[in-house]
Design a protein around this ligand. Sequence first.
Ligand SMILES: [Zn+2]
Ligand SMILES: [Zn+2]
Length: 122
Amino acid sequence: MAAIGSLVFCTDCGNLLDGSSGNEKAILKCDVCGTENRDTSASTITTRSKPSAFPSALRSKRSAVQTLTKEDVQKDAVIQQTCSECGSKEMRYYTQQLRGADEGTTVFYSCMVCPHKFSTNN
Ligand SMILES: [Zn+2]
Ligand SMILES: [Zn+2]
């Protein structure tokens, strides 16, 4: 597997190093300050391939709701959406990309008046 999408930064100046080979022993030389950095992307990739990293579609939907943290929230905005519990015309919503699943984005709605919440998959 190629190390696509893994980024390696210079340990000295923080410059983004290009040309990650995916080889753990490779040395990436910083264009800015000349520091030689070990390519750490390869070891990061291999330690992540646990079976639990590939949950079933059903499990990933459930856990997305249960393990929601502030870091996962990308957007928090108000939309014209009628609350089915109290009839309020506006609800807060935000979207979350499910990690490791290619089934699109989950949209979470929460009422600003009552505690009602629900989510839909795009
Ligand atoms: Zn540097
Ligand atoms: Zn409500």
